[in-house]
Design a protein around this ligand. Structure first.
Ligand SMILES: [Zn+2]
Length: 289
């Protein structure tokens, strides 16, 4: 999502929306006043910045409002040539005061959506985003507060990494990659993790993010593409995710895969030793479902 935000900043910030066409009402269902009001509120408004938290992107409009996009499972905000044919999943089309360029919201599964929200302070965070923690690339992310809050939770570390009220921006793949780099087993109970190990884990996460951004994408799950429609491609840099049975890049031990929260956890059983039995009882409960 950070790749998308950077693209928006480069290509649409400073531009004015000149017309809005809503193609599917479900994509603006959170804008309760409806499509006509949505278009009316946006037309003639200038996009001041591009901000992000978790899977939310917002563009402050000034005068106390912002255009908020929740990307859901498959939503994409694309900046594209105005003459590009409309695909079957185009939901909202926003014309800009730049000839030949427009902003499109494309969403196959329509879990995401757009709405205009109050934002009295353009530098603030819209209400629907308030519960989402900052991500570790955010300069205002508070490492010490994360360490304290995580050690207070009665959970396992991978679950904590996926909890958006603690930390955002960490998907299943990022979590496995960072845990491998930090040599932490996914089922380590957070309560007994030394603070120093959690700080190491934050460093590992930031290193994984940096590699992903350098590779041009956060689109680990292939659902996100950048604003110009090219998907990020990070797979060559993955150390554990998707590598079950292949040798650990550090020690050669075959990588293991176990079910985790309807997905998977990949880890090296040697570099990331399992917690002792008492701890495993906790992890077994947490990993159920
Ligand atoms: Zn290893």
């Amino acid at each position: 999502v950070e790749t998308v935000r950077r693209g928006l900043e480069r290509l649409v910030v400073g531009r004015t929306i000149t017309a809005v066409e809503v193609r599917h009402p479900r994509s603006i269902r959170r804008h309760v006043a409806g499509a006509v009001d949505f278009a009316g509120q946006l037309t003639g408004r200038r996009l001041l910045f591009a901000r992000r938290r978790g899977k939310y992107l917002w563009l402050p409009l000034g005068e106390g409002d912002a255009l908020l996009a929740h990307l859901g499972m498959s939503g994409q905000l694309l900046v594209c040539p105005a003459d590009r044919p409309e695909g079957p999943h185009l939901r909202v089309r926003m014309h800009l005061d730049v000839p030949g360029r427009e902003l499109r919201f494309v969403d196959q599964r329509t879990f995401g959506g757009l709405h205009v929200v109050p934002l009295p302070d353009p530098a603030g965070v819209p209400g629907p985003v308030g519960h989402i923690a900052r991500d570790p690339l955010d300069p205002a992310f508070d490492d010490a507060a994360f360490v304290v809050a995580t050690r207070r939770r009665s959970t396992v570390i991978k679950r904590a990494l996926l909890d958006q009220t603690l930390i955002s921006g960490v998907g299943n793949i990022y979590a496995d990659e960072a845990l491998w780099r930090a040599r932490l087993h996914w089922a380590r109970p957070t309560r007994s993790l030394p603070a120093a190990r959690l700080r190491d884990l934050l460093d590992a996460l930031r290193a994984v993010f940096a590699d992903a951004l350098a590779a041009g994408g956060t689109s680990f799950d292939r659902l996100y593409v950048d604003v110009e429609g090219s998907g990020g491609f990070f797979e060559p840099a993955l150390a554990v995710y998707g590598r079950a049975g292949l040798p650990c890049l550090r020690c050669g031990t075959p990588i293991r895969r176990v079910p985790f929260m309807n997905r998977s956890a990949f880890f090296c059983p040697r570099c990331q030793p399992a917690p002792r039995r008492a701890a495993l009882a906790v992890s077994g409960r947490s990993a159920g479902g």
